[in-house]
Structure formats: C-alpha cells, structure tokens
Design a protein around this ligand. Structure first.
Ligand SMILES: C[S@@+](CC[C@H](N)C(=O)[O-])C[C@H]1O[C@@H](n2cnc3c(N)ncnc32)[C@H](O)[C@@H]1O
Length: 395
C-alpha cells in the first residue's frame, strides 16, 4: 500500500513533499515495528524483572508497566522518536496544505454545497477537547483555520502520512472493515438512516453509504472546518452524505431517528462526562431494533500490562488526555449506562479488510471466538492490524 491519498480532494504533492511524506511514514514504521520490538525486549529482559525484584511480583497493570519502563534507555529512545515523528507528521502535512490550499479551495468551490449538505451551528459552544487541546500534537487542533478547509486538509494529509498506508488510500479501512462485518454478520439488517458521530472529514463515514447505498447517511462533528472539507471530499467521490455541526452529547435529532449509530476512533477523545452523555444520546436517537456500533481501542482489562501500556502511551506522551481513562472503562458498562440491556452487548475483532481481504472478514464473522482481543495486533498500527468493535441492539 502506498502512503499517498488517492481521492480527488487530496492535496497535489510536489516530488519533494511526496518524498518527505514517505520519509516520515518510514520513520514511523521503523519506530512502531523495530523500536517497539526493542521496547518489548527491554521490558521482558530488564524492566519487568527489576519491578518484580522490588515488589515481589510482575507488573499487573498498564500503570505498573509504565512505572517499570520509565528511565529504561529503550523506552527513552522509543518515546523521544515517536514524539518527534508525530511532530514531523503534522509539520509535513501543514506545509503541503499551506502551499496548496488555494487550489484546493478552487476545486471544492466547483462542487459547491447544495442547501442542507452541510449545516453549521455558529452559536454552538465548541467542546474544549476539540479546540483547547492540541490533540495528538496536532497544531491548532480541529479548529485550525476556523471554517476554512485547512483543518480538514491537514488532518487528511497528516493521517495519510501517520497511517503508513495501513488505513487505505482513502483512509477508510476502519469504515470498510466495520461495514463489511456488520453487513456480513447481520444480512437481514438494512438500515434506512445511519448516523456517524465524530466523523472529522467523513473518511470512515463514506463506507456506510457504499455498503447501504439506499440509506440516508448523516455525519456529525463539533468542528465546522472539517465538515466543510468532508462535504467537498465526499462530493468529489460522488457520495451523498449530510454533514451537521453538533456535539455528540446533545444531538439535535428526534427520538428514534436512526437505524444505525456508528463511530470510529471517537470515544477516546471525549471526557468521561461527555462520553456517558453520548451513549445516552445514541440510545435516544436509535429506533427500537436499531444498532449501536463503535470502533475503538481495545479496553485495558482485556490486555496484558505491557500491551495495555503500549496503547496508553499516547495518553502520557501524545497529548491524548482522555485516552487512558477511556481504555480503563468497560465498554459493556458504557452501553448499559446509556440505556442498552446488558444481554444485548456484543464485541468483536475484525481484520483490516485492506490488509487481509474480504475472505478474512467473512472468517471472523463465522468464528465464534472472534470477540477475543489479541494484545499484539488489536488496535495496533503494525503490519497486521485488527480493529476492535463493540455495540448493542436497542430493544
Ligand atoms: C479522532 S477524530 C475521529 C476520527 C474519525 N471518526 C475516524 O474514523 O478516524 C475525533 C473527532 O471527534 C470530534 N469531536 C470531539 N468531541 C466531540 C463532540 N463532543 N461532539 C462531536 N464531535 C466531537 C473532533 O472534532 C474530531 O473530529
């Protein structure tokens, strides 16, 4: 897989910019494969035994694995490299967008929105996690450039470099994998109305329209600029999706409005309070018989201490303040607290359809043990990648 975007809304890269993007992706691949292996070896050979000598037992939690590793040279190098590589991702994307944004604006204007395609809410109070934190070290966060296309363009180009080609050329692998799982697992389920919450630039929204072409698909986000970009991006790909500026904890929809409420990589960016409200809102807007489906990071209590910390690293060093708090929560309890019945909770692990192919997704659907988290692959951006999904049906 290449690391360059393929959809028509993409920035046009100079040769040098393309090379810079590949270089940064390559550095990330080196860190997440080679240096991560060194980190694991340092943990097994030095850090965990030293922790055990001191406490009389091995590390049992993500925090204890962190405590054991702090100060270890392999950990210091891994962490320093990852932080600097993360900054390089956004710097590389930012400079491309600064140079090309005029042309992108002109292209977007050619597919001008029809009334109702994007509905912004200028009076809305923007949640602090969206604009007051430079989340994952992203300069200017999601509100960079206000309502302009800038934040969306930087996110799109940055995610392409960040994901090293593992999320597909249109960055839609999560949506494609989840939609393939849902449509294969529940063939009788034909949603008429679908809602994606926290859609950013709609990259993982589009697969739902592709999978259920007759459905009306809405996607919401709190950041206006990303929605403007998302709409142009969708239109240029010939996809009809309606984008709305809204907060997931106060949805401006009637009760029983949707057959499917989806999100991906969203819940871990919400405060605990907002997250709890978002589950209640999802329950409220789902029709009876509707499906809640979230793709997220796997929970800590389903992973060993090292692998739990490996993911929680972002909370400590990548400006993701709610990441660990989210991963410490139990997704089944989150669903139940939103109003879903305990018995209706389900979870699964689906192989990346882009890497493993549709047959592997079908095998996961057929495999009764496909709900088990494999610490070394699930949720990790590595050569083989598995996505964690969970949800519940509304009675
Ligand atoms: C990591 S991005 C989600 C990415 C995307 N769904 C994907 O599949 O990769 C998180 C998004 O959530 C949005 N967001 C954060 N808090 C929100 C809230 N309370 N309501 C709606 N959107 C919110 C942010 O603006 C951002 O676009």
């Amino acid at each position: 897989m290449g690391v360059e975007l393929q959809h028509p809304m993409r920035p046009e890269l100079t040769v040098d910019e393309a090379a810079r993007g590949r270089f940064v992706s390559g550095i990330r691949a080196f860190i997440l494969n080679d240096l991560a292996t060194d980190l694991r070896t340092a943990y097994d050979d030095r850090a965990a035994p030293a922790f055990a000598r001191e406490t009389g037992r091995p590390p049992e939690t993500s925090n204890e694995a962190h405590q054991a590793l702090r100060g270890d040279p392999a950990f210091n190098i891994y962490s320093a490299m990852r932080v600097q590589a993360q900054k390089m991702v956004w710097n590389a994307a930012g400079s491309v967008v600064e140079r090309d944004i005029g042309r992108m604006d002109e292209e977007a204007a050619k597919v001008a929105n029809r009334p109702g395609d994007v509905v912004l809410n200028p009076g809305m109070e923007i949640p602090r996690n969206v604009d007051a934190i430079e989340v994952h070290l992203m300069p200017g966060s999601y509100t960079r450039g206000g309502n302009s296309l800038e934040a969306g363009a930087v996110y799109d180009q940055g995610l392409a470099v960040f994901s090293m080609g593992l999320m597909g050329a249109n960055l839609d692998d999560i949506g494609l994998s989840m939609a393939a799982y849902a449509s294969g697992k529940y063939p009788e389920f034909k949603p008429d109305r679908i809602l994606d919450t926290g859609c950013t630039i709609g990259h993982n929204t589009l697969p739902w329209k592709q999978t259920y072409p007759d459905a009306h698909v809405d996607a919401i986000d709190a950041a206006a600029g990303g929605l403007n970009y998302a709409s142009a991006r969708a239109k240029m790909q010939g996809q009809e999706v309606y984008f709305r500026q809204m907060s997931a904890d106060a949805l401006d929809y009637e009760d029983d409005s949707f057959d499917l409420v989806f999100s991906s990589m969203f819940l871990h960016e919400l405060s605990k309070k907002t997250r709890a409200e978002a589950f209640k809102e999802a329950y409220r807007v789902l029709k009876p018989g509707g499906l809640l489906l979230h793709m997220e990071l796997p929970p800590n209590d389903q992973m060993n201490a090292f692998d739990g910390f490996y993911l929680d690293w972002d909370s400590w060093y990548n400006s993701e303040p709610f990441y660990k708090g989210y991963r410490d929560e139990d997704p089944a309890k989150l669903c139940a607290s939103g109003g879903f019945e305990n018995d209706d909770y389900f979870q699964f692990v689906v192989p990346s359809i882009g890497i493993y192919g549709a047959e592997a997704v079908r095998e996961a659907i057929a495999n009764e043990n496909a709900n088990a988290v494999d610490s070394e692959t699930t949720g990790r951006l590595a050569e083989g990648i598995m996505w964690f999904g969970f949800g519940a049906w509304k009675r």
